[in-house]
Design a binder for this molecule. Structure first.
Ligand SMILES: [Ca+2]
Ligand SMILES: [Ca+2]
Length: 287
């Protein structure tokens, strides 16, 4: 019996699969999406009047809005934990246009944990855990005199914190979609580094989505704020489960097959796990 990578992803052996890259694509079922992306516009019935500050360098303002989180039952390669539900993002926020790079990490943390350090300073930092990411975020807030968004025990202060933080899972998917409703926000080969690469690539080389965000799909998986769990149904500004064992990652990466490189796809790993396909992206609530 052939065990598709999906089965690996759904089981706790995901780490083994990822580290060894022993799980191959089931083959023939998941070629790149060559259909035109759906570019329907988001629901604008709720005027976005939140947050008017100027975005930090390298960030874009993601407007408030409403979207369908998760994937429709007809979406090819969807998985059971992608139950569609309506999410209202009631406050605009800032999101970095690229993954955090090795150079950015080095300048704040005076180290570079990346396996692919030879890729260079513009490549995404990887081999960082969720916990490592929060240390970087607090350190970055300190450098700019901003409030730390993570307590010493790693707990999150919430969306009122005005320092640097991870995007929530809902914010991440909303931003990745940028108003689109399909599996991807563009043609996969145009927007993402995914399977069959030998490592990471410089951030920002592939085409961005409609909101100017690069590599939301591919290059490195991106840790998001939330604990992993079943979706709780329609919600406003959801933060995910209050506790858990695993943190969520989004977007797929350089070594994952096309069917895992979808905006609704969810991966979950222990918050202290470091792996060469995992990085993150920075968000900030707008003061
Ligand atoms: Ca990415
Ligand atoms: Ca998944």
């Amino acid at each position: 019996m052939v065990v598709p990578i999906r089965a690996c992803l759904e089981a706790s052996v995901v780490v083994v699969c990822g580290l060894s890259m022993a799980c191959d694509s089931p083959g023939g079922t998941s070629g790149p999406d060559t259909s035109s992306p759906d570019t329907s516009t988001p629901d604008t019935s709720t005027p976005d009047t939140t947050g008017s500050g100027e975005a930090p360098t390298g960030f874009v303002r993601v407007p408030a809005g409403v979207f369908m989180m998760g994937s429709p039952s007809i979406e090819e390669d969807r998985q059971d934990d992608e139950t569609q539900h309506e999410v209202r993002v009631t406050r605009a926020f800032w999101l970095k246009t690229t993954e955090v790079t090795q150079g950015e990490w080095q300048s704040v943390m005076s180290s570079n944990p990346s396996q692919f350090s030879s890729c260079g300073s513009t490549c995404p930092v990887e081999t960082v855990s969720w916990e490592d990411a929060t240390l970087y975020l607090n350190a970055t807030s300190d450098l700019e005199g901003l409030e730390r968004c993570y307590e010493n025990d790693g707990s999150f202060k919430g969306l009122d914190c005005t320092g640097y933080r991870l995007p929530t899972e809902a914010e991440w998917e909303y931003a990745a979609r940028a108003g689109t409703v399909g599996a991807r926000y563009g043609l996969l080969d145009s927007i993402a580094w995914y399977e069959d690469n030998e490592g990471t690539k410089p951030a920002g080389m592939k085409a961005p989505n409609a909101w100017g965000l690069h590599d939301m799909l591919g290059n490195v998986w991106e840790w998001v704020q939330d604990w992993y769990g079943e979706y709780g149904g329609d919600a406003s500004d959801p933060l995910g489960p209050t506790t858990g064992e695993y943190r969520v990652l989004r977007g797929g990466s350089w070594d994952f097959a096309a069917f895992d490189v979808r905006v609704a796809n969810r991966l979950w790993l222990p918050p202290d796990l470091r792996f060469s396909a995992n990085g993150f992206r920075v968000a900030r609530s707008i003061p």
